[in-house]
Write a protein that binds this ligand. Structure first.
Ligand SMILES: [Zn+2]
Length: 88
């Protein structure tokens, strides 16, 4: 069992967390003019890098979203921060 650290609650078991999105992914605008294929890519395709990745996760217990930087190979977590604009 891996331990993740919620920036608001502290260390917790990984089963309390859910992946939400890649960090830094931008919604294509204007959305009304985006093709169905490009919209589907935006919604469902992720880079899934081998190695360092910045991802948005949610802690289900407190409901807060945050950015976690982790290595997808070694599972090492190198940074956890609240989303910008959240002073938590
Ligand atoms: Zn939390």
């Amino acid at each position: 069992m891996q331990i993740f650290t919620c920036p608001f609650c502290g260390p917790r078991e990984e089963t309390e967390f859910h992946f939400a999105a890649e960090a830094g992914k931008h919604r294509p605008e204007p959305a009304e003019e985006i093709s169905d294929a490009d919209w589907a890519d935006y919604l469902y395709l992720n880079d899934a890098p081998k190695g360092a990745a910045r991802e948005v996760w949610v802690h289900a217990t407190c409901g807060e979203f945050f950015v976690m930087t982790r290595d997808t190979v070694t599972r090492e977590i190198t940074n956890v921060t609240a989303l910008p604009g959240r002073d938590g």
